[in-house]
Design a protein around this ligand. Structure first.
Ligand code: MF3
Ligand code: CO
Length: 260
């Protein structure tokens, strides 16, 4: 069942979304060679709670940390631990925040120091794909229009979309209907209607689309060991234009066209 939200509820999700964006920026400022992902997680946890929020991931289906941190070939749901960040790494910070009863979800892949040109292109393409998906998040369109737009950008650039992981409705719960795949046909799937709030989140790889789940039950990595990127926004469907409820701030500010 798709839960459509009132204007007031969307404003509450946007407040959670602001805290999500601030957390991503705050953590991003601390990413440098030598820091561990667990240290970054503790920074995120303290920041979110000091701001009156609760990290939604903590305890979600038994997830043990405040946020997800996925490096290099890890696509999503990396569990912060003693992993040391190194120059040239890709580090995805994926944050859910519950503020009052509202939940927002966003992710951003940071390049640490100097990354190789192909890794930088992976990040650029993933952001372009997210922007293309958001541009299709218009009243009267269908989920498939978003999915197709994302897939077209990613595959047109010679990269792969992970098909076994999807975006999702969000706002009252962490994961609501509908699924928002990163591949598909235009004109298919649920119709977008006013008040829907969805997380659009291309998860893409430099190599093939296959992934595997580690024994920890969470960490999902590329099967071929290629690098991955993941950018995500929570977006509300409104009459005039999609509203990004997790707009970037600070270090994570994106290229301007994403906000158009
Ligand atoms: N933020 C993730 C998403 O985009 C959800 C992580 S679930 C967790 O859907 F339990 F691993 F945190
Ligand atoms: Co999500």
């Amino acid at each position: 069942m798709i839960i459509r939200k009132s204007a007031a509820e969307i404003d509450r999700i946007a407040r959670a979304g602001t805290l999500v964006a601030e957390t991503i920026s705050h953590v991003g400022e601390r990413i440098e060679p030598g820091i561990t992902t667990l240290e970054l997680d503790r920074i995120a946890d303290g920041f979110i709670r000091a701001s009156g929020g609760v990290p939604t991931s903590q305890g979600y289906k038994g997830y043990p940390r405040a946020i997800c941190i996925s490096t290099n070939d890890v696509v999503v749901h990396g569990i912060p631990d003693g992993t040391v960040v190194e120059d040239g790494d890709l580090v995805t910070i994926d944050v859910g925040v519950t503020l009052g009863s509202a939940i927002a979800d966003s992710a951003y892949t940071f390049a640490v120091g100097s990354v190789d040109p192909e890794s930088q292109r992976l990040l650029d393409v993933c952001q372009d794909a997210l922007a293309a998906g958001i541009a299709e998040a218009r009243l009267g369109n269908r989920i498939g229009d978003i999915s197709h737009a994302v897939q077209t950008v990613v595959e047109g650039a010679g990269f792969s979309v992970v098909k076994s992981l999807v975006g999702h409705g969000v706002g009252r719960h962490y994961h609501e209907d509908p699924h928002v795949p990163n591949f598909g046909d235009p004109g298919r799937g649920p119709r977008l209607s006013e008040g829907m709030t969805i997380a659009i989140e291309p998860m893409i790889t430099m190599g093939g689309p296959e992934v595997w789940l580690a024994e920890d039950g969470w960490t999902i990595s590329t099967t071929d060991g290629s690098r991955a990127a993941h950018f995500e926004h929570t977006v509300a469907i409104l009459p005039d234009a999609p509203r990004i409820l997790t707009p970037r701030v600070g270090i994570a500010t994106e290229r301007a066209r994403l906000l158009q």
